[in-house]
Design a protein around this ligand. Structure first.
Ligand SMILES: C[S@@+](CC[C@H](N)C(=O)[O-])C[C@H]1O[C@@H](n2cnc3c(N)ncnc32)[C@H](O)[C@@H]1O
Length: 150
């Protein structure tokens, strides 16, 4: 069962870890609850999801793909299901940081191998990887990818 505090906890984590990231792409953001929390913290957030039912937030009603113009300083996903891999690939392609809290894999892989696979994918694409745990129930481990600087 996903923890109801996940939006607030992840938003706080993101704001602390990426204090300079003004524009955020929230991929597979469902109704836009993470968007709401991040907006409250002063970020300019665009949520991508195919859901019709949603909150009054900046929202793009379609699936997110690599072709999306990169108008963000950070790309994130909270339990983004089938969009997890594209977040990592997008960040690597556009040289922006990402942060995801993965849940299910897109290929039937169990959770731990899936987490290793995502971290390996990010490293292979030239990103430095960090991990963190949020104090909540359910899938709570964050993978962060950072493009090399300089
Ligand atoms: C488990 S829900 C999580 C929603 C929200 N982030 C949350 O934590 O409540 C996964 C969401 O991923 C969306 N999704 C899956 N693939 C996507 C893609 N390529 N682009 C955008 N959204 C996608 C689905 O529509 C669904 O709303």
């Amino acid at each position: 069962m996903a923890d109801k505090r996940r939006f607030e906890l992840f938003a706080r984590f993101l704001a602390e870890r990426f204090p300079d990231a003004r524009r955020v792409f929230d991929v597979a953001g469902g109704m836009g609850r993470l968007n709401e929390e991040l907006t409250r913290l002063g970020r300019e957030v665009t949520t991508f999801d195919s859901r019709h039912k949603r909150l009054k937030v900046r929202f793009v009603e379609r699936h997110f793909g690599l072709e999306e113009p990169c108008e963000c300083d950070l790309v994130v996903g909270l339990h983004p299901d089938g969009a997890t891999r594209v977040i990592v690939e997008y960040a690597a392609l556009h040289r922006v940081p990402f942060a995801v809290i993965p849940c299910c894999s897109d290929n039937g892989m169990p959770y731990r191998p899936w987490m290793r696979h995502l971290a390996d994918l990010a490293r292979e694409r030239g990103l430095r990887v960090e991990e963190a745990d949020l104090p909540m129930q359910g899938r709570a481990r964050v993978i962060v990818g950072l493009p090399a600087t300089g």
